[in-house]
Design a protein around this ligand. Sequence first.
Ligand SMILES: *Cc1c(COP(=O)(O)O)cnc(C)c1O
Length: 413
Amino acid sequence: MKPLEYLDRSLMCDGVALADVAAMAGTPCYVYSAKTLRENYRAYADAFGDTPHRVYYAMKANGNLSILRLLAKEGAGFDIVSGGELFRVLKAGCDPSKVVFSGVGKTSAEIDQALEAGIFAFNCESEPELALIDSLTHRRGVKARVAIRVNPNVQASTHAYISTGGKAHKFGIDIDEAEGVYERARAHKSLLIEGVSCHIGSQIFDPTSLLKAVDRVLEFIDKLRGRGFDIRHADLGGGLGVGYKPDDEVPVISEFVAALRARTTGRGLEVMVEPGRSIVGNAGVLVTRVLYRKRTGTKEFVITDAAMTDLIRPALYDAHHEILPVRAAEGLPTICADVVGPVCESGDFLAHDRTMPEAFPGDLLAVCTAGAYGFVQSSTYNARPRAAEVLVDEGVARIVRQRETYEDLIRGE
Ligand SMILES: *Cc1c(COP(=O)(O)O)cnc(C)c1O
């Protein structure tokens, strides 16, 4: 699995042996490839070419400061969903004028914080939110640029928890009701109503649903312009899927962007996208050590030092992650096992009924495609300090987040 490859049977990430990274950082640890991050970002930026565009990395997928800095250097903007994410973006030295603020539940403190920083725009999700942004903006004597997030009522075929564009979801404003919302928003004199945004879900494999949403948004923009709105930007969200299984047919970023260009060229719009998973997903791997082997009844278990607290995707979304041996020994028998962590929950698993090479206590395993929605969803349940994070760049592995300590666990108590 990209970006990993075996060299003399040792699993490598950009020229660095994962076994060496584990020796340096301990396990479990996340390892990220700077090269893959750059390639993924550039796949978007290059495909847009001279179309006015902006790529806002959805940092909720992975908000490590070093990753934010790396992407900022590439020219990325950032899609944030909380005041904490804004704090991170600013700490990383990113340009606040390249930040959009999404999410259904922005507090007045968070809105104020974003106005203070001078972000590019708010993606608003309800009329009370528009009113609140207007009043806080008015109080400061400034103007705030807003887009209203419309819900194009397109069902993305993905896991129910990460589908967001249907009528029954909490996100956005139904596209059939949105015209009235834009009209009423004219009353808010401190708002610059210049955009329309949408985001229909995540881990989408078939770009058809994404493009159907785009078509509805563009049609809607025509309508708004017909009513005199000066719509300048279309924020088309994130959502492109990544391959978790070797035979997954993954949408090609450049082809998707080409389809966006074909639809938007000549419309006098700045086109914005908010990819998260497709930038960072395949750039990360979780390295873990086998603690025990165990058999109960008919079940075979591989017990690892990584748990659902480190990577919750299998438990939360029934997600599949490939698991590779960090040292590939020849002639080992194949086993069928559950790969599980030490946490006191039967939902604590990294894989169910996985056919894999025999693994012994002390062996290292690489849980692939763990860069997105991995570390950021980790917790300290069972008083487990969070894992270390390592960035590999130009053949050098550097710890970019220390493993948490026991003292970190009790801070504030
Ligand atoms: C989560 C999210 C994204 C990113 O989605 P990916 O599937 O990771 O690309 C983009 N925009 C919004 C508003 C989001 O909530």
